[in-house]
Design a protein around this ligand. Structure first.
Ligand SMILES: [Zn+2]
Length: 473
């Protein structure tokens, strides 16, 4: 593992009877968590009052650990921290912090994300038969297979008005804040000053709402501290190191699944979230990630000169953890989609594309929104969306009619609408003069609903048109 160790070890409980007993319970209940823990290291330190992880290393206070009531509770703590690593919560949380918001119209509040992550993890651990530690976050409302982002949105909407500063942190869980040590870049500044914090991202001040503003660690939602990973080196070196850690974690998860099979255990009992943390069950998603990362990359190259919306580094991060972090917001004016509504266009890839577009809209937040021109041989309807919710709620018109995508370009000209990027979503069954017009347009990307046939491929190449193939999720 390549991430920086945020705290030095002050103790070593590796061979203590209590720890060995907890490891045996961990291995018996969930080999995946056990193999993942073996791939990293527990740093026994008094710098953390309870337990913590930065997504790569596990930090445990030896006093707190010994003081837990049973070996079962110690196993619970280990499994809890490793779950954060398996589910990449610290990495995702960091990406949200950097971009400063969760979704369009929804702030990112570190404390809520911590709670959401703990609810999902603890539901999973209870389902696996672990003995819960008192005060940990558990609710019947949330299930082990829930997506943390969805839990976040659910908790967020039930929040009373968030104060702008000084959330009443430090009271939940009843554990005191640590006196020293700080992995958050806007903390007391004594150790992170001038140093980028994180998985391949470098710029952007973290937002106020990620800490209490007094230099403390983010207060624990339940019993543990949620830190974020730090890497040494320049942006590229950091991104490479983070990718290497990501790879090692996936492999450790797969080893656990292999071990389960070798022991005749049923891997389908492992939660979907945990299985998705490895590579074995992720084949669909991997190909999916490739095209949507390409889409994000294409959007990132729209900026002329300095107007880049998000860097290539961020696109790589998007490919691994699925959160787009733009460099600058508000630089993007408008995205236009000319959507082919001839009857041969496939629905599923279009829906997948629309979902990606919604994520991109959240990330780049174009000032004038996203315009969709539903087009057959003419523009049948024009819709505008100023948020991802609006975009996803647009009703698709009836499909049919001929195919003439340049009717969309004409519509833009006639209505004086300028776009930073025009995407044409189509099956590629276009006439020659249509390809000629599309090829002559700057900042245009063709998104195909299938692999192009030979004819289509020739047209794309001869007119020098950028294209990607959307795949159904
Ligand atoms: Zn936690």
């Amino acid at each position: 593992m390549k991430a920086k160790k945020l705290y030095a070890a002050t103790h070593d409980l590796t061979n203590s009877r209590k720890h060995v007993a907890a490891m045996i319970i961990l291995n018996a209940k969930t080999p995946v968590h056990y193999t993942t823990l073996l791939a990293t290291e527990i740093i026994w330190t008094t710098a953390i009052p309870t337990g913590a992880t930065d997504g790569v290393w596990v930090y445990i206070n030896p006093e707190f650990y010994r003081g837990l009531a049973t070996d079962g509770q110690r196993a619970f703590l280990l499994a809890h921290e490793v779950s954060h690593i398996i589910l990449r919560h610290p990495q995702r949380s960091l990406a949200y912090q950097k971009r400063g918001f969760f979704r369009h119209g929804m702030r990112f509040v570190h404390r809520i994300y911590n709670s959401a992550a703990d609810y999902v993890i603890d539901a999973d651990l209870v389902a696996m038969g672990f003995e819960m530690i008192p005060e940990c976050l558990y609710s019947d409302k949330y299930q082990r297979d829930d997506v943390v982002d969805a839990v976040y949105a659910d908790i967020y909407k039930d929040q009373p008005e968030e104060p702008e500063h000084g959330e009443p942190e430090g009271e939940e869980g009843g554990f005191p804040s640590p006196e020293s040590g700080n992995s958050q870049p806007n903390g007391d500044g004594e150790e992170t000053e001038g140093e980028p914090n994180g998985a391949g991202t470098q710029s952007g001040e973290p937002t106020d709402n990620m800490s209490s503003g007094e230099g403390d660690l983010p207060a624990p939602a339940g019993h543990d501290y949620h830190l974020t990973p730090e890497y040494e080196g320049d942006a590229d070196e950091q991104a490479d190191a983070a990718a290497q850690d990501e790879h090692d974690i996936s492999e450790a998860i797969d080893r656990g699944l292999d071990q389960m099979e070798a022991e005749g255990k049923d891997t389908s009992k492992v939660s979907d979230n945990v299985r998705d943390g490895g590579n074995r069950y992720r084949s669909d998603k991997q190909s999916n990630v490739a095209w949507n990362a390409e889409l994000a990359d294409r959007v990132s190259r729209v900026g002329r000169g300095e107007r880049t919306s998000f860097s290539r580094i961020k696109v790589r991060q998007y490919a691994t953890i699925g959160v787009i972090s733009p460099e600058t917001l508000g630089e993007f004016t408008r995205l236009t989609v000319i959507s082919d509504i001839s009857s041969s266009v496939r629905d599923e890839p279009f829906k997948a594309y629309l979902n990606e577009l919604a994520a991109i809209q959240d990330a780049v937040n174009p000032i004038e929104g996203v315009t969709i021109l539903w087009t057959n041989h003419q523009v049948e309807r024009a819709d505008e969306a100023y948020s991802s919710d609006e975009l996803l709620n647009i009703e698709m018109p009836w499909k049919g009619g001929g195919t003439r995508m340049y009717a969309g370009l004409d519509w833009l000209d006639q209505n004086g609408v300028e776009s930073d990027l025009i995407m044409v979503f189509t099956d590629g069954e276009l006439y020659g003069n249509d390809w000629t017009r599309l090829g002559a347009q700057d900042d245009l990307l063709v998104v195909l609903d299938r692999e192009p046939d030979l004819y289509t491929q020739r047209e794309l190449v001869s007119h020098d048109i950028d294209y990607i193939v959307a795949e159904a999720a």
